[in-house]
Design a protein around this ligand. Structure first.
Ligand code: DX5
Ligand code: ZN
Length: 211
């Protein structure tokens, strides 16, 4: 069964803790937290202080997606703040292998994200060091963008590279009921969705529609 990770990028930031509790009650599997630094992507969002403050409002895993320069420095801050999974962009890491090792050494799950233009071949030598591969199905930075269908081929290729390893494939960007089905058919295990989950107040209905 596919897992749903609502992205709080589309939540009401003025009532973040109520939004987290509501997603928990609505049947979310993970809480996806988009960290943007205004450099790696042209948008700014959450720092570790915010994550620490919303941590008590759910026991669901915090799936932290770092869209930042120098993720090797920032990863530790977010692990201390309560992240369960920290995902870094392969394109932002000078030493991807070392960054993944250091995340796991701190007792956290390690993820790698690939932008739409990045080929899956960059994963070949780190497959034994990752718990999650995040395929961006839009260019990172903003919610509400249109799904890029050519990424379906990448999902399927990564699925076959993974083989029997215990690695989840997550997709992020432009996920709605239609693209959810296509991604899951291609091999995705976790669907991130912002716009589709927060489209109306009935979060349970919106999450169920994606499933
Ligand atoms: C984009 C973020 C996404 C974003 C998805 O850079 O990584 O997680 O919230 O938003 P939607 O579902 O609106 O495309
Ligand atoms: Zn994201």
């Amino acid at each position: 069964m596919v897992m749903i990770a609502p992205s709080i990028l589309s939540a009401d930031f003025g009532h973040l803790h109520q939004e987290i509790s509501a997603l928990d009650k609505a049947g979310a599997d993970l809480i996806h937290i988009d960290v943007m630094d205004g450099h790696y992507v042209p948008n700014l969002t959450f720092g570790p202080g915010i994550i620490r403050q919303i941590r008590p409002y759910t026991s669901l895993p915090f799936d932290v997606h770092l869209m930042v320069d120098n993720p090797e420095t920032a990863a530790g801050w977010f692990i201390s703040a309560g992240a369960d999974i920290v995902t870094v962009h392969a394109e932002a890491c000078k030493h991807l292998d070392a960054v993944l090792n250091s995340i796991r050494e701190r007792g956290c799950k390690a993820g790698v994200s690939l932008n739409p233009s990045t080929p899956e071949t960059v994963l070949e030598y780190v497959l034994d060091k990752v718990d999650l591969i995040l395929v961006m199905t839009v260019n990172p930075g903003f919610g509400g963008q249109v799904f890029l269908p050519e990424q379906l081929k990448k999902i399927a290729r990564i699925k076959s590279m993974i083989g029997s390893r215990d690695i989840k494939i997550e997709v992020d960007g432009g996920i709605n009921a239609m693209t959810a089905a296509e991604c899951s058919a291609a091999g995705a295990d976790i669907l991130v969705a912002g716009t589709a989950v927060f489209a109306s107040k009935d979060y349970r209905k919106n999450i169920d529609a994606l499933r």
